[in-house]
Design a protein around this ligand. Structure first.
Ligand SMILES: N[C@@H](CCC(=O)N[C@@H](CS)C(=O)NCC(=O)O)C(=O)O
Length: 251
């Protein structure tokens, strides 16, 4: 059986999880906490980031690479772009969703939470983590919290820039969706749709998200949803979750 290593609330992890669920791949999810994950990832993969997928024969790090691997090994219905130009458009939009939404919404969420309500973020981040990381995660949290604020430029002072950056990403996708299209590229669901919808999930807070319902405190998500929930991209993400977020049969 394959193993997917994640942080519980991570939207990049949700992107990979969604693709795995859609493929029907049999996998176990092991949740790590930021901080202790540095020990766990050592020797497993070159970077320190999750998601990481491990199968009998290979270790794949990064949501995009995991989906690349799924496309060749699992033959999901949403692969095989109709043309080279469609493949290019899908890749470009996925990259834009990763950078313009994934990175910026994470920075904004942390800038809203870590400077003053770090304990809430910890409770979210530690949801369902593997047993041996629990005590370590708590002990390391003060250092981890500072490291995240510094590394992601998510201090209180960074908040205005983080907000502007995220809104720029939203503007981009709102403009793209203004023609009323159902899918980002062409007339069917693709990995670009998985990318944008999952990376907007911290704002859309969709009912079909497999982790959010069990996360103890979602106040930042609620605030993000109150501020941006009516934006066209966020409404689009909510609808895509409703119509396409397939969960594994056992879940
Ligand atoms: N481009 C990567 C981004 C992954 C990423 O940034 N993951 C974060 C969690 S959202 C992480 O693992 N951070 C911990 C670290 O950088 O050590 C992907 O698509 O997988």
């Amino acid at each position: 059986m394959a193993t997917l290593y994640t942080f519980s609330p991570s939207h990049f992890c949700e992107k990979a999880r969604w693709a795995l669920d859609l493929c029907g791949l049999d996998y176990e999810e092991i949740r790590w906490a930021p901080g202790p994950h540095l020990l766990a990832v050592r020797g497993m993969a070159p970077e320190t980031t999750v998601p990481i997928l491990r199968t009998a024969g290979t270790t794949i790090q990064g949501s995009g690479k995991i989906i690349d691997w799924l496309e060749t090994s699992c033959h999901p219905g949403w692969q095989s772009p109709a043309s080279a130009s469609e493949a290019e458009a899908i890749a470009a939009l996925e990259a834009k969703a990763d950078e313009g939404i994934g990175v910026t919404v994470r920075r904004l969420a942390y800038a809203m939470s870590l400077p003053k309500e770090g304990g809430r973020s910890a409770r979210q981040l530690f949801t369902g983590i593997v047993w041996w990381q629990r005590p370590l995660a708590r002990v390391m949290w003060p250092v981890t919290r500072q490291a995240i604020m510094k590394g992601l430029k998510a201090s209180a002072n960074d908040f205005p820039e983080a907000k502007t950056e995220f809104e720029r990403g939203l503007d981009h996708f709102d403009a793209l969706l203004a023609d009323g299209r159902r899918f980002l590229v062409g007339d069917r669901f693709t990995r670009a749709d998985i990318a944008l919808a999952s990376l907007l999930s911290p704002v859309a807070h969709p009912a079909q998200h497999p982790v959010y319902p069990v996360i103890p405190d979602t106040s930042v998500t609620q605030r993000l949803n109150a501020a941006y929930g009516q934006r066209p991209s966020v409404r689009w993400a909510t609808a895509i979750y409703r119509d396409f977020r397939t969960l594994p049969a056992a879940a």
